[in-house]
Design a protein around this ligand. Structure first.
Ligand SMILES: *Cc1c(COP(=O)(O)O)cnc(C)c1O
Length: 377
């Protein structure tokens, strides 16, 4: 008789299910016997432009030093980031993706039984990290798919350690205005960390969308997280960061792995911060793509949730999982979000103009097949 290792795992871990990532192109190509090039992947909010050429050059230049450990302090990148963001380098914590920083926050502050607050339909990493630390996830019901900040503030108890706020949220694309966050921060006791996850902020041009960094001096319990995975197009390298009080950064520096960010990622991120043209091109492409997707969904009579991210979530009117499966057969990968409490919805990332078109052209047939109708090819 062998051990049941799951029941030996800590209590929170037993409640977890493995994260379901977007389906890789290579896997679908294999399953369907399709050319990889014929498949459109709009499932993981990746930058459809591919990495910036100058960033690729910076990565290649690092190849000769791969035998060395990376700079564990990330000195150069922190200097560049600090200059760019107008903050002190000591307030920056680098991570192996911003998910690493989110997880470090939980590991540093959440002991078994401590509470972590986040919204219904919010980013999957918040409950994963919380449960892995045997913390207690406190999921506050959403209003119109978005965060209910009043209810989240009311949910604070003396066991609350962290509140996660995704602005905008993934997978719903919903966002919070300056005034709402300002009022919220004023209500939260100082012993509770407020983490503003701004993974998509560089895409946003809406004037009332706030830059979370502005509150850092006023609120020592505030942590703002950002990433190179989205507009900077470096999801595969895994690099993100937080900006916080020096005190919080100092605690995170105790728990992080000594070399948590690899040397290619450090070099790439520094160069990426210089390439304003790439960022602008990405933002412009996204603005136009989002408008095209909205228009296409509207034309099909489908409801969608207005989004400030590089993705849009829409109501299939039936089973999101079924429509997802039908789209796969047509070589289009989007993201089912049943696991986020949205079984009728699908999330589609903004691609290139032709990728968006492929998706919109495949969608009517997929909806029809999912509803049981026959498809005329
Ligand atoms: C994509 C995303 C991130 C980024 O995660 P990385 O680990 O930096 O790739 C963080 N938060 C949200 C809400 C996201 O959607």
């Amino acid at each position: 008789m062998t051990c049941d290792f799951l029941t030996l795992a800590n209590a929170g871990v037993q409640k977890l299910q493995p994260y379901q990532p977007g389906k890789p192109v290579s896997e679908l190509a294999r399953e369907l016997g399709l050319e990889e090039a014929s498949i459109v992947k709009l499932a993981s909010n990746e930058n459809p432009l591919g990495p910036s050429p100058v960033v690729l050059d910076a990565i290649r230049a690092e190849f000769n030093d791969l035998t060395r450990y990376p700079d564990g302090s990330g000195y150069q990148l922190k200097q560049t980031l600090a200059r760019k963001l107008g903050v002190e380098p000591e307030t920056i914590t680098l991570g192996n993706g911003s998910n690493d920083v989110l997880d470090l926050l939980v590991r540093a502050w959440v002991a078994p039984g401590d509470e972590v607050i986040f919204s219904e339909h919010a980013f999957a990493v918040y409950p994963i990290s919380t449960l892995a630390a045997s913390g207690v996830p406190v999921q506050v019901p959403a209003v119109d798919y978005g965060h209910d900040l009043d209810a989240m503030a009311t949910a604070v108890t003396d066991k609350t350690r962290i509140i996660f706020i995704a602005n905008p949220n993934n997978p719903t694309g919903t966002w919070l205005l300056h005034s709402a966050i300002d009022a919220f921060l004023a209500k939260i006791p100082e012993h509770v960390l407020v983490v503003l996850d701004e993974a998509y902020c560089e895409y946003i041009e809406e004037p009332e969308y706030p830059n979370g960094l502005q509150w850092l001096n006023q609120y020592p319990n505030l942590v703002v997280t950002r990433t190179f995975s989205k507009i900077y197009g470096l999801a595969g390298l895994r690099i993100g960061f937080s900006v916080s009080s020096q005190e919080i950064a100092g605690v995170l520096n105790r728990v992080r792995q000594p070399f948590n960010v690899n040397s290619l990622a450090l070099a790439a991120a520094e160069k990426a911060l210089d390439d304003d043209e790439y960022v602008k091109r990405s933002r412009d492409l996204n603005r136009k793509g989002l408008a095209d997707l909205e228009q296409g969904l509207k034309a099909l009579g489908l409801d969608f949730i207005p989004s400030l991210g590089n993705f849009i979530t829409f109501d299939t009117g039936s089973s999101g999982d079924k429509v997802f499966q039908e789209l796969l057969k047509l070589g289009v990968i989007v993201r089912p979000i049943t696991g986020y409490g949205l079984p009728r919805h699908l999330r589609v990332s903004v691609g290139t103009e032709s990728e968006n078109r492929r998706f919109l052209e495949a969608l009517p047939a997929a909806l029809k097949s999912a509803a049981g109708g026959s498809v005329v090819k």
